[in-house]
Design a binder for this molecule. Structure first.
Ligand code: PEP
Length: 249
C-alpha cells in the first residue's frame, strides 16, 4: 500500500518571518493530517522553519542543492549544509531548474546520487514541455529523464526516491492535466521504473503529480490509481489553499 505524499514548494517567495508564520499555521492545522507532508521554503528560511516544525508531522525540504559536497562553488548550497539545518528531503530536477537554469540530466543525476549517499530523500521531477507533448515525444522525454536521473542509484537507495510528474505546460499556468492524462503518464513512469528495478519497486514507488494542483482538483487527481500525491507550487503559499489539498480525504 503506497502512502499519499503532499509537498509544498515555496520557490523564491517569503521572508523568514513570513515563512515562519506559514509553517506555524501549517503545523497547527495539519497535526491530524493522515498523509506524508513536506514543505520546502527558500534556503534563507530553512533554519527558522526547521525550529517551527521540529517534532511535528511535517518534513523539511529544500528546493535544490549543489552537486558537490563542499569547495569553491560560489553561490551553491551543499548537501552537508542542508543536513546541518535538519533538511530531510530535496527537490531535484524541477522544470524551473531544467529550463531556466539549463540543468542537464547528467547534472541532476550527480545531485540525486549525492543526496541519496548523504541519506536524504529525493523528489525527482520529470515532465515534458507542450512542444514535446504535441510532437509525440512525451514518453521519450520521461524515459530519458528517469533513466538518466536515476543512473547509478541502486534498489535500496531507490526507496528514498519519490518521482514528481510535472508537465511543464501545467506549472503555474492554471492548466492542469486531466486526471486521466496524468494517470496515464504516471503509469508510464511506473513502467520505466519496473524496467529498471523490477515490478515490486515500481509498485512501491510514490509518484506525485504537480502542475496547478488546487483544493478543487486534488481529490480527483489523487483518486487515480497511479497518482500518489501532489507537488504543489502556488497553492502551497497559503494555509487556506494548502491545508485542503493535504487533507483531501
Ligand atoms: C511546481 O512548481 O512544482 C508546481 C507544480 O507549481 P504550481 O502548483 O504553481 O503549478
Amino acid at each position: 500500500m503506497r502512502l499519499y505524499y503532499i509537498a509544498g514548494n515555496w520557490k523564491m517567495h517569503k521572508t523568514v518571518n513570513e515563512s515562519v508564520a506559514l509553517a506555524r499555521e501549517l503545523a497547527a492545522r495539519l497535526s491530524c493530517c493522515k498523509e506524508k507532508v513536506m514543505i520546502a521554503p527558500a534556503f534563507t528560511a530553512l533554519s527558522e522553519v526547521a525550529k517551527v516544525i521540529e517534532g511535528t508531522n511535517i518534513l523539511l525540504g529544500a528546493q535544490n542543492m549543489g552537486p558537490e559536497e563542499q569547495g569553491a562553488h560560489t553561490g551553491e548550497v551543499s548537501v552537508l549544509m542542508l543536513k546541518d539545518l535538519g533538511v530531510k528531503v530535496v527537490i531535484l530536477g524541477h522544470s524551473e531548474r531544467r529550463h531556466t537554469y539549463l540543468e542537464s540530466d547528467a547534472l541532476i543525476n550527480r545531485k540525486v546520487r549525492l543526496a541519496l549517499a548523504q541519506s536524504l530523500e529525493v523528489i525527482l521531477c520529470v515532465g515534458e514541455t507542450l512542444e514535446e507533448r504535441e510532437g509525440g515525444r512525451l514518453e521519450k522525454v520521461i524515459d530519458t529523464q528517469l533513466c538518466e536521473g536515476l543512473a547509478g542509484v541502486d534498489g535500496a537507495a531507490l526507496d528514498r526516491v519519490t518521482i514528481a510528474y510535472e508537465p511543464v505546460w501545467a506549472i503555474g499556468t492554471g492548466k492542469t492535466a486531466t486526471p486521466e492524462d496524468a494517470d496515464a503518464v504516471h503509469a508510464y513512469c511506473r513502467k520505466v521504473v519496473a524496467a529498471l528495478y523490477g515490478e515490486q519497486k515500481a509498485k512501491a514507488m510514490i509518484i506525485q503529480y504537480g502542475g496547478s494542483v488546487k483544493a478543487d482538483n486534488a481529490a480527483a487527481l489523487m483518486a487515480k490509481p497511479n497518482i500518489d500525491g501532489a507537488l504543489v507550487g502556488g497553492a502551497s503559499l497559503k494555509a487556506e489553499s494548502f491545508v485542503p489539498i493535504a487533507m483531501f480525504r
